[in-house]
Design a protein around this ligand. Sequence first.
Ligand code: ATP
Ligand code: MG
Length: 252
Amino acid sequence: MILELQRVEKRFGGVRAVDGVTFAIDEGEFAALIGPNGAGKTTLLALIAAALRCDAGSILFAGAPIGATPVQCARLGIGRTFQNAQVFTSMTLRENVLLALAARDRSALAVGRALWPDARSAGAAVTSAADELLARVGLREHALRAAAEIAYPDAKRLELAIALAGRPRLLLMDEPTAGMAAAERLALMDLVRAVATHSRMTVLFTEHSMDAVFGYARRVLVMARGKLIADGAPDAVRRDAAAQSAYFGAPA
Ligand SMILES: Nc1ncnc2c1ncn2[C@@H]1O[C@H](COP(=O)(O)OP(=O)(O)OP(=O)(O)O)[C@@H](O)[C@H]1O
Ligand SMILES: [Mg+2]
């Protein structure tokens, strides 16, 4: 098991955002976490990445407790992308990825040399590592553009490259295709699946778009009001009465 949650709880005042959630994920799984607005999906991902602390319960990553901070979790191999793409808009795409590489390797010197032209040759290896990551997400030709200038789906791809720079074993993606048109959405999910297969990476993603969920996930977990109410193969979850009434039956 790469990830094991036992009776995890998180409250915000009187709101039980995550209410006794237990499940485990095997290495290599490609799983979707779905549920209506406010179900607790983002909160759960934040707990797994240690951006929030559990009020009760435990979270194990590769058999050991997750780190106490997001940085520790990242070093352990837990990567994350956010509901709203988090990139440095004033920097180029390459600089965004270079920063992420620096965070992983702490090779600040080499990265500094890549960022400042007088010492460019010393930073060539790091620069090419950044450009390879950009190539993997289809953004190599935009390496020198400012992140503020690129289209929204490309910012989501950049965020994926930034996450991959940390070489995660487990990638948590919060609504990776939010705000995208259908074709862009499926292109992004194709990319994530290809990258996951290529790097033997486990993926847990939240989504509201059912084509992204049922077209890609091999397992679907359903949350409602903080609780896990269904968990299984996509076809079984689609037929599950509790999942249907909590989610599929909900007005659009
Ligand atoms: N920082 C916070 N402070 C107080 N309440 C919060 C906080 N974060 C989340 N909540 C509440 O916790 C519950 C779960 O929210 P969460 O964002 O995890 O849901 P979600 O499933 O990700 O929803 P969405 O699909 O809209 O993104 C909601 O009732 C929300 O209002
Ligand atoms: Mg959310």
